[in-house]
Design a binder for this molecule. Structure first.
Ligand code: SF4
Length: 223
């Protein structure tokens, strides 16, 4: 059977999150996810299309002037069989946006990935339970392969001291930059600037490499 991937959309836009904010990227948004975050804004039910490897390669060859190809979702690592066939054909930098839980799948394709934006999912904001053990395995694999990786943490005022402690321990263990991303509703953070500052200071009391970066694309009203 031909290897195919279910894709929600392909588009060129500015990266709106994390340290690569503002770079023009070609986004491939994969459908399906293994988690169910309370704040998820991706519609996985409509406008989906299956692509073969050849079809997707032809599609991305229509674009130019981008910094990297962002594999986003959904969860791109649900499609590792497809990616194993697709990624060796792509000459551009590969930027993987992942929920950092499918560590066995990461192992299969990591050699083709250049930059990893890895979420640390908090129960307090995403309602997925405690995922720190799987995140630990994920970061271990990524660091052992020498890949550029940073941890992105969507948070709100429910973040607990225990969660802050566990995030900082993971970051120390793997020398990870941490990007704190306030949970947004439309163009507004769900948390006040004073609360953001207090939470940032709790992190900085434990670990040095922490920044707050909001979702720029929501302010600019772009995809
Ligand atoms: S990991 Fe991302 S795509 Fe999956 S449910 Fe959470 S926010 Fe949505």
């Amino acid at each position: 059977m031909q290897n195919k991937a279910l894709i929600k959309e392909i588009f060129s836009s500015l990266q709106g999150e994390g340290p690569y904010i503002g770079y023009n990227q070609l986004f491939i948004r994969f459908a399906k996810c293994n988690l169910k975050c309370e704040y998820c804004d991706t519609d996985f039910l409509s406008d989906l299309k299956e692509y073969s490897c050849e079809e997707l390669t032809a599609e991305i060859n229509k674009y130019n002037n981008f910094h990297s190809v962002s594999l986003t979702g959904g969860e791109p690592l649900l499609f590792t069989d497809f990616l194993l066939e697709f990624l060796p054909q792509i000459k551009h930098k590969i930027y993987l946006e992942t929920n950092a839980t499918l560590f066995e799948n990461l192992k299969k394709i990591i050699e083709y990935v250049d930059i990893i934006s890895a979420d640390i999912k908090l129960h307090s904001s995403s309602q997925n339970g405690d995922l720190f053990r799987v995140h630990d395995k994920f970061f271990e694999i990524a660091k052992n392969c020498g890949k550029e990786i940073f941890a992105k943490v969507v948070f709100d005022d429910n973040i607990s001291d225990d969660e802050i402690d566990k995030i900082c321990s993971l970051a120390e263990k793997y020398n990870l930059p941490i990007v704190l991303q306030p949970k947004m509703e439309s163009r507004h953070a769900t948390i006040s600037s004073n609360e953001i500052n207090d939470i940032l200071n709790k992190f900085l009391n434990r670990y040095y490499n922490v920044r707050v970066i909001a979702q720029m694309h929501k302010y600019l009203n772009i995809r």
